[in-house]
Design a protein around this ligand. Structure first.
Ligand SMILES: *Cc1c(COP(=O)(O)O)cnc(C)c1O
Length: 473
């Protein structure tokens, strides 16, 4: 090491000097002393390495004074602490038009569900009957609501729909065989694969029919000594069109019951009210699954039902009782925050207020005209508040939204998009700037333009978008 290098390294601020800076003291309030100390250590190590790398270059001599190194260290500390503080789960504005955006938390909760979660977040009557002063059963009120909403005999709530499928297959079919059509061996959301869930639950999968055509005789022909269950899976994020055949649920139920077998329907998205008028295609309505003869049905809480992540099970009482008593249920059951959100959401469904109160359903049923009016108003407010000559060009065009969350892959609700172009910024840089906003605004990019779809944006978040767009200027 030469002498100039040594001088440099000696002027490196110590960790304790860095921790005495106003910035570090402020960050300690927010991140806690241990995390800030670890970051300060990382900053000084990085600076030391930089100095050693630069030592031979002429540049080093220029920025080696003690004061400037301390300032540099504080700037780095501030940057790293900012990143650290942003790495937790944060609220974002979803301007993608994808309603059940899996990466953004699928269904946003209703105001009532949010209030219920707050209420349950302290001590609560999770397993307690405050009137009798005795122990109550977890999830009982949610189960009652599900029974009323679906016409089933009993109901049970677990952590998600994948857990529901695992529990049902394990309890009803482990050690035996489960028959399923080849047209339904789907993968949903990258990590729910029907063959894997079968294997994990210890049932042998018997595939029948072909990808596009399966008849009730195929099911009948596969029934043997070891058969325990017939499973039907709603293909959710995938459709086979054209030359296709599949038996109706009524036919399948007859086939299963005449052989003393049970029929399990994995319905996926949890539609409780007929959405037929919204052209959602063929999402199964849970009440119909029960009426058509399914013995047990599973569906998600955070898809079109519009609530928290949960796996909902409804069906015949002796089956649901068996599931409730199994030790695996203890490992898969839902927590109090989830149950509170579900209870409030299911009440909206039961009161006939689902389309007014549940954001996912409200967004799904917004008309293109209503979205266009919002887009026009937003742009006129932007031009009023914008500094003259903003180098941003915004236009209104027709487009399509998406349901997402593995529902209705062939349904694209018509929408109105705001397109953004900028004189000095590429579409990718605009997208990144919006994503880096104080409240990240998530957009789409297509054909060199940034697209904003207000279908998935709360009206109360529009001002935030306007101020982020002005900052692009
Ligand atoms: C989405 C889906 C699942 C998985 O549901 P999660 O709640 O995400 O675990 C399982 N089966 C079907 C048919 C689905 O659509």
């Amino acid at each position: 090491m030469n002498s100039s290098e040594q001088t440099q390294l000696r002027s490196l601020p110590s960790i304790s000097r860095l921790l005495q800076s106003d910035e570090a003291i402020a960050w300690r309030q927010c991140l806690g002393p241990d995390r800030v100390t670890a970051i300060a250590r990382r900053v000084t190590e990085e600076l030391r390495r930089e100095l050693q790398d630069e030592a031979s270059s002429a540049e080093a001599a220029l920025n080696g004074s003690k004061g400037s190194l301390l300032n540099k260290a504080i700037r780095k500390l501030d940057e790293l602490c900012t990143l650290e503080s942003q790495s937790r789960i944060r609220r974002v504005i979803n301007a993608t038009g994808v309603i059940l955006h899996t990466n953004l938390g699928r269904a946003p909760l209703s105001e009532k569900a949010r209030a219920a979660v707050m209420e349950a977040s302290g001590y609560c009557t999770l397993e307690y009957d405050a009137i009798k002063g005795s122990r109550g059963r977890r999830g009982m009120s949610v189960e009652k609501l599900l029974i009323q909403l679906t016409g089933a005999e009993d109901a049970l709530v677990v952590n998600n729909c994948a857990a529901a499928a695992l529990l049902i297959l394990k309890v009803l079919a482990a050690g035996g065989e489960t028959i399923v059509s080849r047209g339904e061996l789907v993968e949903i959301g990258g990590d729910f694969r029907v063959p894997d869930v079968m294997a994990n639950s210890g049932t042998t999968m018997i595939e029948i029919g072909s990808t596009n055509r399966t008849r009730v005789e195929d099911y009948r022909g596969a029934i043997g000594e070891k058969t325990r269950l017939i499973m039907r899976v709603h293909p959710s994020n995938y459709r086979i069109v054209g030359f296709t055949t599949a038996p109706s649920l009524v036919e399948l139920a007859e086939c299963a019951h005449s052989a003393n077998l049970l029929l399990y329907e994995d319905a996926g998205s949890g539609v409780l009210t007929d959405l037929g008028q919204y052209e959602l295609g063929d999402e199964p309505v849970i009440r119909d699954c029960i009426a058509d003869g399914a013995d047990v049905v599973s569906f998600s809480g955070d898809k079109l039902l519009g609530s928290a992540q949960a796996g909902l099970i409804v069906g015949r009482s002796e089956i649901v009782q068996k599931l409730r008593r199994h030790s695996l249920y203890r490992a898969l059951r839902a927590d109090k925050l989830c149950l509170a959100a579900l209870e409030a959401t299911l009440e909206s469904h039961l009161n006939g207020q689902s389309f007014a109160e549940i954001p996912a359903l409200r967004m799904l049923t917004s008309s293109r005209d209503a979205i266009q009016q919002r887009a026009e108003k937003l742009l006129s407010q932007l031009s009023q508040k914008a500094p003259a000559g903003l180098p941003l060009r915004a236009e209104i065009v027709d487009g399509e939204s998406a349901i997402g969350g593995g529902c209705g892959p062939n349904v694209q609700p018509p929408t109105t998009l705001i397109t953004l172009e900028h004189e000095n910024l590429s579409a990718d840089s605009i997208e990144k700037r919006l994503r880096s906003h104080f409240i990240p605004i998530i957009t789409r990019v297509a054909n060199g333009k940034v697209l904003i779809d207000l279908r998935t944006v709360a009206i109360s978040d529009e001002d935030e978008i306007i101020s982020a767009l002005r900052e692009l200027g």
